[in-house]
Design a protein around this ligand. Structure first.
Ligand SMILES: O=C[C@H](O)COP(=O)(O)O
Length: 262
């Protein structure tokens, strides 16, 4: 099996202004020494208005963590009031950009077609899209979660080449586990992440499927991350609430790295 370096991505959502962002990045850097970065990639994903400040700290202090954005426009420039271009994010040194988070799919009507267009925009600007999929509670209770996620993945990546798919990260986030404290069991998360990898093999090829990192997201913390990343098809986590606490985020990143605790 291909070696996939774990990735821990902290999605701050709409929390922390630019001054608070500077403080949190500095605290994370203090809590997570450089030695861990050989074994885990760590990224923070603040609101747009914080990115320039985060860049200044990361560059100024030569930190090993990366940063990204929570969304981008499907367009590159022009009369799209309120939108943020992938070109702007690339210029700010972003590595990752989340696309299709369930909060955007639900609250902003983002369809698989829009998510696909945003994924393409990210790739045009050499940003790594973290493409999010995940089922709601009704789908899970109906036992249709695997088929639902496979369909959402296929829709969100439709028509991309294997080379393009190889440049993505996929995040499986069951909606019922987000911000609820109700984490999926590691077996439940593995079941869907395995189906995601099999689908990648089908729409790209086996080598690509073996190389793409698949994250789990939904109430991840330092208590449950170890069991999740021990699953064969889970390569890290997209972390919400726990990414806003420096010690907790550093601890769960260290666990994903295989330890020891910082
Ligand atoms: O993007 C992150 C997820 O929505 C998970 O959020 P959470 O860790 O607060 O449940």
């Amino acid at each position: 099996m291909a070696q996939r370096k774990p990735l821990i991505a902290g999605n701050w959502k709409m929390n922390l202004n630019h001054l608070e962002a500077i403080a949190l990045v500095q605290k994370i850097a203090f809590a997570l020494p450089a030695k861990y970065f050989d074994k885990v990639d760590v990224t923070v994903i603040p609101p747009f208005t914080d990115i320039r400040s985060v860049q200044t700290v990361v560059d100024g202090d030569k930190l090993l963590l990366t940063y990204g954005a929570q969304d981008l426009s499907q367009h590159d420039s022009g009369a799209y009031t309120g939108e943020i271009s992938g070109a702007f994010l690339a210029k700010l040194g972003c590595t990752f950009v989340i696309v299709g988070h369930s909060e955007r799919r639900t609250m902003h009507g983002e369809t698989d077609e829009i998510v696909l267009a945003k994924t393409k925009a990210a790739l045009r600007h050499e940003l790594t899209p973290i493409v999010c999929i995940g089922e709601g509670l009704e789908v899970r209770e109906a036992g249709e979660h695997v088929a639902y996620n496979v369909a959402q993945l296929k829709g969100s990546l439709a028509g991309l080449s294997a080379a393009e798919i190889a440049k993505t990260v996929i995040a499986y986030e069951p909606v019922w586990a987000i911000g609820t404290g109700r984490v999926a069991s590691s077996a439940d998360a593995q079941e869907v992440c395995k189906a995601i990898r099999e689908t990648l093999a089908e729409i790209a090829d086996a080598e690509t499927a073996a190389s793409v990192r698949i994250l789990y997201g939904g109430s991840v913390n330092s208590k449950n991350v170890g069991e999740l990343v021990a699953q064969p098809d889970i390569d890290g986590a997209l972390v919400g609430g726990a990414s806003l606490k420096s010690d907790e985020f550093a601890t769960l990143s260290a666990i994903a790295a295989g330890g020891p605790l910082p």
